[in-house]
Design a protein around this ligand. Structure first.
Ligand code: PRP
Ligand code: URA
Length: 230
Protein backbone atom coordinates (compact mmCIF):
# COMPACT_ATOMS: atom_id res chain seq x y z
CA UNK A 1 0.00 0.00 0.00
CA UNK A 2 1.40 3.44 -0.85
CA UNK A 3 0.17 6.95 -0.12
CA UNK A 4 -0.79 9.38 -2.89
CA UNK A 5 1.67 12.21 -3.34
CA UNK A 6 1.20 15.83 -4.31
CA UNK A 7 4.32 15.94 -6.49
CA UNK A 8 4.18 16.52 -10.21
CA UNK A 9 6.40 15.22 -13.03
CA UNK A 10 9.47 17.41 -13.51
CA UNK A 11 8.72 17.72 -17.24
CA UNK A 12 5.56 19.68 -16.48
CA UNK A 13 7.39 22.47 -14.63
CA UNK A 14 10.58 22.63 -16.66
CA UNK A 15 11.01 26.16 -18.05
CA UNK A 16 12.65 24.84 -21.22
CA UNK A 17 9.83 22.32 -21.66
CA UNK A 18 12.36 19.62 -22.48
CA UNK A 19 11.41 16.03 -21.88
CA UNK A 20 12.55 14.84 -18.45
CA UNK A 21 12.49 11.30 -17.06
CA UNK A 22 9.34 10.22 -15.26
CA UNK A 23 11.22 9.28 -12.07
CA UNK A 24 11.98 13.00 -11.51
CA UNK A 25 9.27 14.72 -9.47
CA UNK A 26 8.87 18.35 -8.44
CA UNK A 27 7.07 19.97 -5.52
CA UNK A 28 3.94 21.87 -6.55
CA UNK A 29 5.11 25.39 -7.57
CA UNK A 30 3.01 27.23 -5.00
CA UNK A 31 3.44 30.95 -4.44
CA UNK A 32 4.85 30.15 -0.97
CA UNK A 33 7.56 27.95 -2.48
CA UNK A 34 8.39 30.56 -5.12
CA UNK A 35 8.66 33.25 -2.43
CA UNK A 36 11.03 31.06 -0.39
CA UNK A 37 13.16 30.28 -3.44
CA UNK A 38 13.28 33.98 -4.32
CA UNK A 39 14.80 34.70 -0.91
CA UNK A 40 17.54 32.09 -1.18
CA UNK A 41 18.35 33.00 -4.79
CA UNK A 42 18.81 36.69 -3.91
CA UNK A 43 22.52 37.50 -3.70
CA UNK A 44 21.71 40.09 -1.01
CA UNK A 45 20.20 37.53 1.36
CA UNK A 46 22.37 37.19 4.46
CA UNK A 47 23.31 33.83 5.95
CA UNK A 48 20.75 33.86 8.78
CA UNK A 49 17.84 34.32 6.37
CA UNK A 50 19.44 31.94 3.87
CA UNK A 51 19.64 29.19 6.48
CA UNK A 52 16.16 29.83 7.88
CA UNK A 53 14.54 29.89 4.44
CA UNK A 54 16.47 26.92 3.03
CA UNK A 55 15.45 24.95 6.12
CA UNK A 56 11.79 25.69 5.37
CA UNK A 57 12.11 24.35 1.82
CA UNK A 58 14.08 21.35 3.07
CA UNK A 59 11.23 20.55 5.45
CA UNK A 60 8.77 20.55 2.53
CA UNK A 61 11.06 18.18 0.61
CA UNK A 62 11.46 15.80 3.53
CA UNK A 63 7.72 15.70 4.15
CA UNK A 64 7.15 14.91 0.48
CA UNK A 65 9.92 12.31 0.46
CA UNK A 66 8.22 10.47 3.32
CA UNK A 67 5.05 10.28 1.21
CA UNK A 68 6.95 7.97 -1.13
CA UNK A 69 7.67 5.31 1.46
CA UNK A 70 5.41 2.28 1.42
CA UNK A 71 2.96 1.70 4.24
CA UNK A 72 1.03 -1.33 5.44
CA UNK A 73 -2.35 -1.48 7.17
CA UNK A 74 -2.25 -0.99 10.93
CA UNK A 75 -5.24 -0.98 13.26
CA UNK A 76 -5.05 0.77 16.64
CA UNK A 77 -7.54 1.07 19.49
CA UNK A 78 -8.34 4.70 20.39
CA UNK A 79 -8.91 5.88 24.01
CA UNK A 80 -12.69 5.71 23.42
CA UNK A 81 -12.42 1.99 22.75
CA UNK A 82 -12.94 2.07 18.99
CA UNK A 83 -10.62 0.52 16.40
CA UNK A 84 -9.06 2.87 13.85
CA UNK A 85 -7.87 1.27 10.63
CA UNK A 86 -4.75 3.25 9.79
CA UNK A 87 -1.34 2.60 8.30
CA UNK A 88 2.26 2.31 9.45
CA UNK A 89 5.50 2.72 7.53
CA UNK A 90 6.57 -0.64 6.18
CA UNK A 91 10.34 -0.43 6.20
CA UNK A 92 13.16 1.26 8.03
CA UNK A 93 14.88 4.29 6.59
CA UNK A 94 18.16 6.12 6.80
CA UNK A 95 19.39 9.47 5.54
CA UNK A 96 22.62 9.83 3.59
CA UNK A 97 24.03 13.31 3.07
CA UNK A 98 26.48 14.25 0.34
CA UNK A 99 28.91 16.46 2.23
CA UNK A 100 29.21 19.27 2.70
CA UNK A 101 26.04 20.90 1.38
CA UNK A 102 23.86 17.83 1.96
CA UNK A 103 24.52 18.04 5.69
CA UNK A 104 22.30 21.12 5.70
CA UNK A 105 19.37 18.77 5.06
CA UNK A 106 20.00 16.44 7.98
CA UNK A 107 18.21 18.55 10.60
CA UNK A 108 15.06 18.68 8.46
CA UNK A 109 15.07 14.90 8.27
CA UNK A 110 15.67 14.56 12.00
CA UNK A 111 12.77 16.95 12.68
CA UNK A 112 10.45 14.46 10.98
CA UNK A 113 12.14 11.17 11.93
CA UNK A 114 13.51 11.61 15.44
CA UNK A 115 16.08 8.83 15.74
CA UNK A 116 16.85 8.34 12.06
CA UNK A 117 20.28 6.93 11.22
CA UNK A 118 22.40 9.15 9.02
CA UNK A 119 25.30 8.14 6.81
CA UNK A 120 27.68 10.52 5.12
CA UNK A 121 29.49 10.52 1.80
CA UNK A 122 32.12 13.19 1.24
CA UNK A 123 32.25 14.11 -2.43
CA UNK A 124 33.73 17.37 -3.68
CA UNK A 125 33.67 18.78 -7.19
CA UNK A 126 37.09 19.70 -8.48
CA UNK A 127 36.98 23.48 -8.94
CA UNK A 128 38.81 23.33 -12.27
CA UNK A 129 37.28 20.28 -13.95
CA UNK A 130 33.94 20.15 -12.06
CA UNK A 131 34.47 16.38 -11.81
CA UNK A 132 33.38 14.80 -8.50
CA UNK A 133 35.96 13.19 -6.23
CA UNK A 134 35.01 10.68 -3.56
CA UNK A 135 36.92 11.12 -0.28
CA UNK A 136 34.98 9.23 2.35
CA UNK A 137 31.85 7.22 3.05
CA UNK A 138 30.47 6.11 6.41
CA UNK A 139 27.13 4.34 6.22
CA UNK A 140 24.93 2.34 8.63
CA UNK A 141 25.95 -1.36 8.68
CA UNK A 142 22.45 -2.48 7.75
CA UNK A 143 21.93 0.11 5.01
CA UNK A 144 21.14 -2.62 2.45
CA UNK A 145 17.93 -3.35 4.39
CA UNK A 146 16.78 0.26 4.50
CA UNK A 147 15.08 2.84 2.34
CA UNK A 148 17.61 5.54 1.72
CA UNK A 149 16.87 9.28 1.56
CA UNK A 150 19.85 10.75 -0.28
CA UNK A 151 20.36 14.43 0.54
CA UNK A 152 22.01 17.11 -1.60
CA UNK A 153 20.53 20.57 -2.24
CA UNK A 154 22.20 21.16 -5.63
CA UNK A 155 22.10 18.96 -8.72
CA UNK A 156 24.22 20.52 -11.46
CA UNK A 157 25.95 18.07 -13.84
CA UNK A 158 24.79 15.17 -11.68
CA UNK A 159 28.32 13.82 -11.28
CA UNK A 160 28.36 14.03 -7.47
CA UNK A 161 24.95 12.45 -7.13
CA UNK A 162 25.84 9.61 -9.51
CA UNK A 163 29.01 8.88 -7.53
CA UNK A 164 27.03 8.83 -4.28
CA UNK A 165 24.43 6.47 -5.75
CA UNK A 166 27.22 4.14 -6.92
CA UNK A 167 28.52 4.07 -3.34
CA UNK A 168 25.05 3.20 -2.04
CA UNK A 169 24.58 0.44 -4.63
CA UNK A 170 28.01 -0.99 -3.81
CA UNK A 171 26.82 -1.26 -0.18
CA UNK A 172 23.81 -3.32 -1.27
CA UNK A 173 21.13 -0.61 -1.28
CA UNK A 174 18.44 -1.42 -3.84
CA UNK A 175 18.04 1.25 -6.50
CA UNK A 176 14.27 1.41 -6.02
CA UNK A 177 14.79 2.11 -2.33
CA UNK A 178 16.70 5.33 -2.99
CA UNK A 179 14.83 8.64 -2.86
CA UNK A 180 17.00 11.61 -3.77
CA UNK A 181 15.89 14.91 -2.18
CA UNK A 182 17.15 18.11 -3.79
CA UNK A 183 16.40 21.85 -3.73
CA UNK A 184 17.41 22.99 -7.21
CA UNK A 185 18.17 20.80 -10.22
CA UNK A 186 19.36 21.46 -13.75
CA UNK A 187 17.68 19.54 -16.58
CA UNK A 188 21.12 18.12 -17.47
CA UNK A 189 21.60 16.79 -13.96
CA UNK A 190 18.12 15.28 -13.86
CA UNK A 191 18.66 13.49 -17.16
CA UNK A 192 22.09 12.21 -16.18
CA UNK A 193 20.93 10.82 -12.83
CA UNK A 194 17.42 9.65 -13.59
CA UNK A 195 18.19 7.95 -16.91
CA UNK A 196 21.18 6.13 -15.43
CA UNK A 197 19.14 4.97 -12.42
CA UNK A 198 15.57 4.58 -13.68
CA UNK A 199 14.29 2.87 -10.53
CA UNK A 200 15.40 5.65 -8.21
CA UNK A 201 13.00 8.49 -7.44
CA UNK A 202 14.12 12.05 -7.17
CA UNK A 203 12.15 14.90 -5.66
CA UNK A 204 13.30 18.43 -6.25
CA UNK A 205 11.82 21.77 -5.27
CA UNK A 206 12.60 23.41 -8.62
CA UNK A 207 13.98 22.69 -12.08
CA UNK A 208 16.19 25.54 -13.29
CA UNK A 209 17.19 26.58 -16.81
CA UNK A 210 20.59 24.93 -17.14
CA UNK A 211 24.28 25.33 -16.39
CA UNK A 212 26.80 28.11 -17.02
CA UNK A 213 30.35 27.67 -18.33
CA UNK A 214 31.56 26.67 -14.85
CA UNK A 215 28.78 24.09 -14.43
CA UNK A 216 26.93 26.28 -11.95
CA UNK A 217 23.15 26.12 -12.05
CA UNK A 218 21.45 29.13 -13.64
CA UNK A 219 19.71 31.14 -12.38
CA UNK A 220 20.57 29.00 -9.34
CA UNK A 221 21.69 30.47 -6.06
CA UNK A 222 25.48 30.25 -6.23
CA UNK A 223 27.43 27.93 -3.96
CA UNK A 224 24.91 26.49 -1.52
CA UNK A 225 27.54 25.16 0.92
CA UNK A 226 29.31 28.50 1.14
CA UNK A 227 26.07 30.43 1.62
CA UNK A 228 24.70 28.03 4.27
CA UNK A 229 27.86 27.32 6.27
CA UNK A 230 30.48 30.05 5.78
C1 PRP B 1 28.04 20.90 -4.74
C2 PRP B 1 26.66 20.36 -4.45
C3 PRP B 1 26.66 19.01 -5.09
C4 PRP B 1 27.51 19.25 -6.31
C5 PRP B 1 26.62 19.45 -7.50
O1 PRP B 1 28.96 20.39 -3.87
O2 PRP B 1 26.34 20.31 -3.09
O3 PRP B 1 27.22 18.01 -4.28
O4 PRP B 1 28.26 20.45 -6.07
O5 PRP B 1 27.37 19.52 -8.66
P1 PRP B 1 27.38 18.34 -9.73
O6 PRP B 1 25.96 17.92 -9.90
O7 PRP B 1 27.94 19.01 -10.95
O8 PRP B 1 28.25 17.25 -9.23
P2 PRP B 1 30.51 20.81 -3.89
O9 PRP B 1 31.33 19.73 -4.53
O10 PRP B 1 30.66 22.19 -4.45
O11 PRP B 1 30.89 20.78 -2.38
P3 PRP B 1 30.20 21.47 -1.11
O12 PRP B 1 29.06 20.59 -0.73
O13 PRP B 1 31.30 21.45 -0.10
O14 PRP B 1 29.78 22.85 -1.49
N1 URA C 1 27.17 23.50 -6.42
C1 URA C 1 26.50 24.57 -5.93
O1 URA C 1 26.50 24.81 -4.73
N2 URA C 1 25.86 25.35 -6.80
C2 URA C 1 25.82 25.11 -8.13
O2 URA C 1 25.19 25.89 -8.88
C3 URA C 1 26.52 24.00 -8.63
C4 URA C 1 27.19 23.19 -7.74
Amino acid sequence: MSITTTCIPASKTNVNKVELPSNALVLPPTSQLQALLTIIRDEKTQRGDFVFTSDRIIRLLVEEGLNHLPVVPRTVRTPVGIDYDGVAFQGRICGVSIMRAGEAMEAGLRDCCRSVRIGKILIQRDEETCQPKLFYAKLPDDISERYCLLLDPMLATGGSCIKAIEVLLSHGVQEDKIIFLNLIASPEGINNVCLKFPKLRMITAWVDEGLDGHSYIIPGLGDFGDRYFL
